[in-house]
Design a protein around this ligand. Structure first.
Ligand code: PSV
Ligand code: MN
Length: 424
């Protein structure tokens, strides 16, 4: 299933007059519109290979059909998203859920859709069918050396897959931890994990980065061996300059100030990448921006400020990835909404009047500082984001076109109603 360029052109044509009116308005209001447009056009968010099917909980899964049956079809789906919004030009692959049997073929296919491979993800949180040792009591932290060896080897294998696909980073998320007090020696668990990460780090090619993702709880509910940004930073600092912390928005304890975490990690040169999603309670993996859009904006505000302070390229110097799950929505529609929410928050952050904000901070003018941030947050930047998409050849309203082109019905026709995509 593919959306043709003429369909996009016809869709854009029908909406052009209205778009032009709203874009003219915002470009009159916002200084440096051209600069913001350039940045928005360059910004790409990687789509996770595990989020193209229906997600589930331990209580059930309710798929609605047409799910990709293999990696080729997943790439096709991401290609379709990218064609619509021109901001999803990368794939983040999970091994072993999506092992490419022919890397060259997959790499070429992705390139045909304008996609590249972002961070590779390893998986030592599940046991695979023919695996020798179980990860029931952890992987890199395990008391048994043979289990640790197996986990290290798996990560090295993931790096090899990544090299073949042209990726340049590895994300390690460990579910390691404990469920009950006394189960684990915290110090030893940390040391073993560090040693394992060091071995994996040593296998990274020269230009590669390693992202150490933290998470407060789940599946372990008493302790987690990479449980927060402090622990991740401890590992990445000990590992060396190619190791960075990865922030998944859903991996904090309630009410954590994520924007402050982001600011400090950036200041230390240790922020590597992002997993975007949203949550109300825990690691809910909901659509980005659906619950706390102001928080998302505040995070982007720190990202823009902190990256500019270090002269970093917004589009390329950090890994931007979605990590979400879709229980009740069409996964592709959910992903379109998530990418849109990211672009909106980024655009709003670009609009913040930083000179005035700094002046307000120096004066301790709390009210003005808040007004400046909220002025940007309350600006309807959707026409700006749509214009960037238009200039890149995408659709003015991706979701509307997705629906009017009846993409899901077509996918169901091609793939059937019972196909199940690999992932969680
Ligand atoms: C763990 O909850 C996580 O956020 C990690 O990034 C995993 O790789 C991914 O989710 C699996 O769905
Ligand atoms: Mn994640």
């Amino acid at each position: 299933m593919q959306i043709e360029q003429q369909q996009i052109a016809a869709h854009n044509h029908s909406l052009m007059a209205a778009h032009q009116r709203s874009f003219d308005y915002i470009s009159g209001e916002v200084p440096k519109t051209a600069e913001a447009l350039e940045k928005l056009r360059a910004f790409q968010v990687a789509i996770p290979s595990w989020a193209l099917g229906t997600g589930g909980t331990r209580f059930g899964r309710f798929p609605s059909g047409g799910e990709p049956r293999n990696l080729e079809e997943k790439i096709e789906d991401i290609g379709l998203l990218h064609r619509l919004n021109r901001s999803s030009g990368a794939v983040s692959l999970h091994i072993p859920w999506d092992i490419p049997s022919d890397a060259m073929h997959i790499k070429t296919l992705a390139a045909q859709h304008g996609l590249r491979f972002d961070a590779m993800n390893s998986n030592t949180f599940q046991d695979q069918p023919h695996q020798t040792h179980s990860y029931k009591f952890g992987s890199l932290q395990h008391v048994d050396k043979a289990v640790r060896r197996q986990a290290v080897d798996h990560n090295i294998e993931v790096i090899q897959h990544g090299i073949a696909l042209g990726s340049d980073s590895l994300t390690v998320w460990l579910s390691d931890g404990s469920c009950f007090p006394g189960q684990l020696n915290f110090r030893k668990a940390f040391q073993y994990t560090l040693e394992g990460l060091q071995e994996i780090y040593a296998a990274l090619p020269e230009h590669w980065k390693m992202f150490v993702e933290y998470k407060a709880f789940e599946p372990n509910f008493y302790s987690t061996t990479v449980g927060d940004w402090g622990q991740s930073l401890l590992y990445t600092s000990k590992l060396g300059p190619k190791a960075f912390t990865l922030v998944d928005l859903g991996h904090h304890l309630p009410n954590a100030n994520i924007e402050q975490i982001v600011a400090l990690l950036l200041m230390e040169g240790k922020l590597g990448g992002f997993h975007f999603n949203d949550s109300k309670y825990g690691d809910d993996d909901l659509t980005v921006g659906s619950i706390k859009p102001y928080q998302l904006f505040l995070i982007f505000n720190e990202l823009v400020e902190g990256m500019d302070a270090r002269d970093m390229q917004h589009a390329t110097d950090l890994g931007w990835m979605i990590d979400a799950s879709h229980n009740v929505k069409d996964p592709l529609e959910d992903l379109l909404q998530s990418v849109e929410a990211i672009m909106i928050a980024y655009a709003q952050a670009l609009l913040v009047d930083r000179t005035r904000l700094e002046a307000a901070q120096l004066q301790n003018d709390v009210v003005t500082a808040q007004e400046i941030l909220q002025q940007a947050f309350r600006t309807d930047v959707r026409p700006l984001v749509a214009e960037a998409r238009l200039l890149n050849g995408g659709a003015l309203r991706p979701l509307e076109l997705y629906r009017s082109a009846k993409v899901r019905a077509q996918l169901i026709k091609e793939r059937g109603t019972t196909s199940i995509a690999t992932g969680l």
